[in-house]
Design a protein. Structure first.
Length: 158
């Protein structure tokens, strides 16, 4: 019986599947996003933006979406796809790190809106908290979430 080999996270990151593409904002999204155009970015475009964040600085997923929309001349970048591709970039980086690679995407510097650490990234909240603290950030609890204190002062320009 032929075995199916699951793709690695790095293979998923490299698989553009005819992306990026631009389309009108779908009707189901108009109420929340408004009218205009939407880009579904390629996974590597999300990774590329995440890679540009230097140590000591941060970026939010919404900033990444804004940068991708500007790059493609659209109203917005797809919120769901951008989030999924950021997760793939994070897992691809962790996979590379486990194999000894040093120059990986610093996914822990990509925060959710409000400076919230993304609990779904490798290492969970605690793993990312440890890395961010080593980089000089102060992490504080906010309900069940962890937030980078004064994160807005450390955001990169994109």
């Amino acid at each position: 019986m032929g075995g199916y080999k699951r793709k690695s996270w790095r293979e998923k990151l490299m698989d553009s599947k005819n992306l990026p593409f631009v389309e009108p904002i779908p009707e189901r999204m108009v109420r929340t996003c408004g009218e205009g155009t939407l880009v579904v970015p390629a996974p590597l475009e999300v990774d590329e933006t995440m890679r540009k964040v230097p140590e000591g600085r941060l970026i939010t997923i919404n900033q990444i979406r804004e940068a991708l929309a500007r790059k493609h001349g659209t109203t917005i970048a797809c919120p769901m796809c951008t989030g999924i591709f950021a997760g793939i970039a994070a897992r691809a980086a962790a996979e590379a790190s486990e194999e000894g690679q040093k120059n990986i995407t610093p996914y822990w510097r990509t925060l959710k809106e409000g400076g919230v650490i993304n609990e779904k990234y490798p290492g969970g909240q605690e793993g990312q908290k440890a890395i961010l603290e080593r980089e000089g950030h102060v992490i504080v609890p906010k309900g069940r979430k962890l937030v980078v204190r004064d994160f807005a002062k450390k955001l990169v320009e994109v």
